[in-house]
Design a protein around this ligand. Sequence first.
Ligand SMILES: *Cc1c(COP(=O)(O)O)cnc(C)c1O
Length: 395
Amino acid sequence: MTGRPGLRLGTRAVHAGLDPAGNLGAVSAPIYQSATFLAADTADLMAINSGAKRGYVYSRIRNPTVLAAEQRVAALEEAQSCVLFSSGMAAIAGALAPFLKAGDDLVALPDIYGGTAKYFREVLPAQGVNVIWAEGIDAGLVAAALTSRTKVIFAETPTNPLLRIVDLPALGAVARSAGSKLVVDGTLGSPMNQLPLQLGADLVVHSASKYLNGHGDLILGAVCGSRDLTRDVRGLQQTTGAIVDAHAAWLLMRGMATYALRMRQHNSSGQAVAEFLAAQLKVARVLYPGLPDHPHHALATRQMSGFGGLLSFEMHSPEAARAVVDGTRLFGIGPSVGGVESLISQPGNTSHFSVPVDRRRAMGLSDMLVRISVGIEDVADLIDDLAQALEAAPS
Ligand SMILES: *Cc1c(COP(=O)(O)O)cnc(C)c1O
């Protein structure tokens, strides 16, 4: 409850969603592991069902622990409201479903998460939704893709794995003038570094499996926005059922308590690792919005206050890229980002494995590319490890 926007992010991350006075003084949100909640009598049940009284009936409809976690995510995102989903993908599907029906157009920016691209290529068209891919991420190219049937524009920033930055205020203006909604996947930017709702987005979606939970032990998603829009999202979720279990919601709350601390470390270590790699002869180029020579650095500093732990770099050959990935000892080889532990991968073999090779090439995604998720280990150890892996790799 103490998630008032007046309080700073680190405080909201600890206090939002807690109600010790209403829960025997418990300093941790109780886990209401209950499917059904009993009414005092029929009048009480009717009052809850009609919305006249706030209460609980059945956990697919509303659960106190899930509600507490939703309040914490909303407080971080400075949103009126949040709806949690059983995964980031369920959140994306859940954020779009109320606003797209057969015959409508969705305009998608080209650089989006592989799973989302698969959903747009395979699922939405089968439901009669026409997916139009913008030629690029610039607002002008997105505007050129709009039709009179465009109901939603979908963007992600920063993009993965190329760390491009989408100009959200410009895209918000395009969406407003076309009367369509702008839905932004804010997973990689994360609320400490960017607040899409303040930059022109109507809804922001998250894979809470990444920075929000941060511990690599949970799959969850979130949709945040105005009370008006999230009411439609929740209404459909109560019917389709992709809800969150109380115990998972509690784990997310615990993960989020340290969100500000973790994120500060991701930001500072991400910058340090990027600067180290940029100075290495065996590294052809580094993609990190916090570097002054990044093509979108100026835009990034306008709409972000930190640049996170995700970065990519290109080696001079696919063999060298593979050697660095296999040569690290502290970095786990695997997909995902935003956890306490550092990970490394060649996106073509992991996050973008499901993207056809010709589309990968068109996206600018080469086999020389290596992606890193910088965790919260001591950054000197991470840099030492990368140094020895680079030393052993061909040039
Ligand atoms: C991981 C991820 C998703 C999907 O989230 P899940 O929790 O794995 O379903 C969506 N978007 C981005 C940017 C992601 O990194």
